[in-house]
Design a protein around this ligand. Structure first.
Ligand SMILES: [Fe+2]
Length: 300
């Protein structure tokens, strides 16, 4: 599937003029009826699934920036609304961009969004991020001022840390993975005591249910050092979710917290990382997973 998708993307991207910062103009004329139908179907399905499961500000934010439409949204129209909310905007890109370029965009309040959208036979799983993952998954919470500041802070810290020592990329990736992509937030009012805010979860039908309802994964209170040392899964649902209390806590971790930790990253880089499913004596465990369905090999 990955090969087929890459080939498709190559074909899509032919003739697109890419700037030095890897941005392009969103090629609106290249979307066909099938693309618009895929957005419509995915949006309605996920909005239905996420009511009561995702953080309250997520669906409100999605509607605020105009994602609740029956076609692939215009990035310019989304950007205008987002700019009014928090001063962020989105920029179209052909796909994954180099790390330094990605961090630079975040540090300047620009979120890169892949322009192309998955095919109808890829609704449930896609190996690389597409427009639905990037736009629906990542952008709604950028309407929240604290979350928006947290992502900018992460971009600035990542840019500096990566320039000083490229080995910190592994640590930065773990932090991003367990928060921005697969984060949960404590919510005593929610049926299972947690709600979803991570983009990798909200853009996935299966993981939207699994992350909050399945007895299989661990749900552990967020701790910066713990997360920086923990490997993760890219091929299956997560074995462990880390749970924040608030976006304020996230801002502290993605901003000053990780900046000070990565000022001298040697001890973190030298330490043996924890497995994706490990539960440690020092953890504050909200739910200890049963581990049902886990495979041992495959942590990255
Ligand atoms: Fe993502």
């Amino acid at each position: 599937m990955a090969a087929a998708t890459a080939k498709l993307q190559e074909q899509f991207d032919a003739g697109l003029e890419t700037r030095a910062d890897f941005t392009i103009d969103q090629p609106l004329s290249r979307y066909g009826a099938v693309d618009h139908a895929v957005w419509d179907q995915l949006y309605r399905r996920q909005a239905g699934l996420l009511a009561g499961r995702a953080n309250d500000t997520f669906l409100a934010g999605a509607a605020q920036i105009g994602l609740n439409v029956a076609h692939v949204p215009s990035f310019e129209a989304v950007s205008e609304r987002l700019m009014r909310a928090t001063g962020w905007r989105i920029v179209a890109v052909p796909g994954l961009v180099p790390d330094r370029i990605f961090f630079e965009h975040l540090a300047n309040r620009r979120f890169p969004v892949t322009w192309w959208i998955r095919r109808p036979d890829e609704l449930d799983y896609l190996q690389e991020p597409d427009c639905f993952h990037d736009l629906f998954g990542h952008v709604p919470l950028l309407t929240n001022p604290v979350f928006a500041d947290a992502i900018e802070a992460y971009g600035q810290t990542a840019l500096a840390a990566h320039a000083r020592d490229p080995r910190t990329l592994t640590l930065l990736a773990r932090l991003y993975w367990y928060t921005v992509e697969f984060g949960l937030m404590r919510d005593p009012g929610a049926p299972n005591g947690v709600t979803i805010y991570g983009a990798g979860i909200v853009s996935s039908k299966g993981e939207s249910i699994y992350s909050v309802e399945s007895p299989a994964p661990n749900r552990i209170a967020f701790d910066l050092d713990r997360v920086l040392r923990t490997r993760y899964r890219i091929d299956t649902f997560q074995k462990t979710y880390f749970v924040i209390d608030s976006f304020g806590q996230l801002f502290d971790a993605l901003g000053a917290g990780v900046a000070s930790r990565l000022a001298d990253p040697a001890s973190l880089l030298d330490a043996e990382p924890f497995g994706a499913g490990d539960v440690l004596a020092g953890d504050t465990v909200l739910t200890r997973g049963t581990g049902a369905g886990w495979r041992d090999e495959g942590d990255v």
